[in-house]
Structures are given as C-alpha cells and as structure tokens.
Design a protein around this ligand. Structure first.
Ligand code: FAD
Ligand code: DHB
Length: 389
C-alpha cells in the first residue's frame, strides 16, 4: 500500500493528526498496535486546554465535548488547610475544559470512517524502515498477514514505549530525563465530585488531587511510593487517605463508591531532541513525557500535532520544506515550557523522600506567597490554561 503520510499510533496525537491532515485532503493511514476497545479503556487525562478544544472545534468534532464537558473557570491549590483559588478565567480571560481523554479519543475514532481516515487496529510487529531516505516505509502484520506501507513521511505518535523514537539513531537524538521517586494512584468512581473545581493538595502525608469527569463521576489521585501495588489499596483505605489529605473542609465532602478503575502511574519528565530525523517526525508522548501535575501531557500532544500538521500541509500544498525543517524547534520551544511548569508544580505539591523540614517550610512559604500575590497566581494561571501556540 502507498500513502502520503503513515502515522504510527492511534492515541490522541495520532488520531488528531490524522483528522487534521484528512481535512486538507491528504492521504493518511494510521497503524495501531492495540484494539480500539483497549485504547478507549485507558483512563488518562481529564483537563483540556483551549488549544486542544480549539483543534476539536476546527475539525467540527467539538459538539459532544461542548455538550457534555465541564468548562472550568479556576482550580485550587492547598496545603491541606486553606484553599488558594487560582481564578484562571479572571487572570487570563480563558477557561479549561474537563473532558476525559477517553471521550475525546472516542469522538476522533467515531468520526474516522466518515472522513475516510483509515485506521488499522491490532497491527503486529510494527517496524519503521529507512526514515532518513526519500522512501521510508512501515512493515507490520494484519490478521497474521505481512503488510507494507510506503509513505512520503512517517509520523511517530506511538507513545513513550513505541518503536518510532527507537528508530532514530543514538548518534542523532538526545534524551533528557528526570524520574520521580513516587507515582500517582488514581481511582475513578461514579460519585459526585467533592468540589465543583479541581483541588491539588500538598498535605503532610503527601500529594492528592480531587478531579472529575462529570457531575456524577469523580477522579481522585494520591501520591504513593513507587514500590506500592494497587492491591495494597482496597477502596476504603484509599477513600480514608483521600479524606485525610484533602483536609477537614474538603475531605469531609468526599462521596465514596466502588472503584470503576484503579491504577498507579509512575511520574517522569522526559524530552527527546530533535523531533525529526529525515522523514520521520515524532509527536506527543513518543517525544516527551511530563509528570501529570498540571495536566499538560495530552495538551502538549495536541500542540505538537498542530505544528506538525501545518508543516505537512505546507509541504504537500506548496512544496514548503522549510516548515518541515522548522517543526522540531517550533514544537520544542513550547514543550520545554510545559516541562518546566509540570516539573515546578510537581516539586511544589509533592513530598519527596529526601525533603527535610527546611524543604517543607519552603513549599509552605511558596504556597503562602502564591496565596497573597496576583503576579504569582497569574504565572500559574497562564501556564495552566496553556501558553499561546
Ligand atoms: P498515547 O496516548 O500513549 O498513544 C500512543 C498510541 O500508540 C497508543 O494507542 C499505543 O497503543 C500505540 N502504540 C504503541 N506502540 C505501538 C506500536 N508498536 N505500533 C503501533 N502503535 C503503537 N496526562 C494528563 O494530562 N493527565 C493525566 O491524568 C494523565 N494520566 C496519565 C496516566 C498514564 C498511565 C499515562 C501513561 C499517561 C497519562 N497522561 C496524563 C498523559 C496523557 O495521557 C498522554 O500525554 C497522552 O495520552 C499522549 O497521547 P499520545 O497520543 O501521544 O500517546
Ligand atoms: C486530571 C489529571 C491531571 O494530571 C490533572 O492535573 C488534572 C486532572 C484528571 O485525570 O482528571
């Protein structure tokens, strides 16, 4: 099979990119290792920046998101005692949207057949070949049969563990990485949220986040040591811990219910440079990971895809090779700023095993300063809502 652009991975990055390119009439095939149900079963991000919702609107796919999503004007930081409201709307003029990654992915998936976006699910042994040549290609198996796709460009949207980044020789690429000594244990339950806005808390016992998917579905997280297992956390133990960490004012408002999903995600900061090697371009988690504090992961994938789609459309419409060459630097400038924000908010809101009493006082002083400074709140708000493209 021949195509203009082959995309590896049908997560949010791959599907968004596929739709943006198809909207311009370009020829695209997406190859995904997992089944569609498996992709939809992964509970991940919950907060969308305006940049991301604008992309969905541009594609004409934002209708359900606006109907079912919850626009939020602000969120809270707390030290476990007092709530500090970051009034994102008042400080930036913009809102964020609470709409789960699974819902966004479903909207993109459902629209694919009608827009002639071909997605091959359950592809086996996906491999990239000759990315530095003018004739790169993919090989994989489909229902046990060997397949090959020849493309003019390959876009690696296959997440942190996919084969695309690995296809860039070590002599060309450079990884930057920080691994944190804890993970997030998340629980999803069909109970109303404890508060109508998100609350990020840095309690003496560790970080916790009160989030939601809708007015009847809550998502909570707590920081746990890396060697902890989900089985160590029966629902009641997790609800008890959340109640303590969210403090007397908010913790008592938590409604408990059986877990629909419970999982532990490790925290990592990671950037791979450059994002392009010949005719292979990386976008989303294949190129970078942020710790989830600040909800930047999915949104960064969307902004990469915005830049990448512009570059590819420029190439196929006008033969513009400069935009292809500029993609990596353009995307990285925004990626590093989101990395900085996620790293800083992670350091501010978590208990690190080597933190001493002085470090704790520094965190509390930082939160106290944020509580009293419009300048500090504005900095947080403009990063949270998403820096301009
Ligand atoms: P992915 O969503 O990882 O999609 C990559 C796709 O490539 C997958 O469908 C995968 O199956 C496919 N693939 C992998 N290997 C191959 C292969 N060999 N061949 C073909 N296809 C392949 N962000 C937030 O903002 N908030 C959160 O709460 C949050 N929680 C997270 C929890 C976890 C456990 C993880 C891993 C991430 C979380 N993130 C969160 C980050 C956010 O979900 C990601 O940034 C986002 O999914 C990135 O989208 P993507 O399309 O780049 O990658
Ligand atoms: C959610 C996850 C985040 O990392 C975050 O910062 C906010 C919300 C969530 O899953 O709801």
């Amino acid at each position: 099979m021949k195509t203009q652009i082959a995309i590896v991975g049908a997560g949010p990055a791959g599907l968004l990119l596929g739709h943006l390119l198809r909207a311009e009439g370009l020829d695209v095939v997406v190859v995904e290792r997992a089944s569609a149900d498996y992709v939809l079963g992964r509970i991940r991000a919950g907060v969308l920046e305006r940049t991301t919702t604008d992309l969905m609107d541009r594609l004409g796919l934002g209708e359900r998101m606006h109907r079912e999503g919850l626009p939020h004007d602000g969120f809270h930081l707390t030290d476990g005692e007092r709530l500090i409201r970051i009034d994102v709307k008042a400080l930036t003029g913009r809102q964020v949207m609470v709409y789960g990654q699974t819902e966004l992915t479903r909207d993109l998936m459902d629209a694919a057949p009608g827009r002639d976006l071909k997605v091959i699910y359950e592809a086996g042994d996906v491999a990239l070949h000759d990315p530095e040549s003018d004739a790169p290609y993919l090989t994989f198996t489909e229902n046990g049969t060997a397949r090959r796709i020849d493309a003019q460009f390959i876009c690696g949207c296959d997440g942190y563990h996919g084969p695309s980044r690995a296809a860039i020789p070590a002599s060309v690429g450079k990884p930057f990485e920080k691994v944190y000594p804890f993970g997030w244990l998340g629980i999803l339950a069909n109970v109303p949220p404890c508060n109508h806005e998100l609350i990020y808390t840095n309690h003496d016992r560790g970080f916790a986040l009160a989030s939601m998917r809708s007015e009847t579905r809550s998502r909570y997280y707590i920081q746990v040591p890396l060697d902890e297992k989900v089985e160590d956390w029966p629902d009641e133990r997790l609800w008890d811990e959340l109640t303590l960490r969210l403090g007397p004012e908010v913790g008592t408002q938590i409604m408990r219910g059986p877990a629909l999903e419970k999982s532990i995600a490790p925290l990592r900061s990671f950037v791979f440079e450059p994002l392009r090697h010949g005719r292979l371009m990386l976008a989303g988690d294949s190129a970078h990971i942020v710790p989830p504090t600040g909800a930047k992961g999915l949104n960064l994938a969307a902004s990469d895809v915005h830049y990448l789609s512009e570059a590819l459309i420029g190439y196929f419409r006008r033969g513009d090779t400069d935009a292809i060459a500029a993609y990596s630097d353009r995307a990285l400038a925004r990626i590093w700023k989101a990395e900085r924000f996620s790293w800083q908010l992670t350091r501010l809101m978590h208990r690190f095993p080597d933190n001493d009493a002085f470090d704790r006082r520094m965190q509390l002083a930082d939160l106290d300063y944020i509580a009293s400074s419009v300048a500090a709140q504005t900095t947080i708000a403009e990063n949270y809502v998403g820096l301009p493209l």
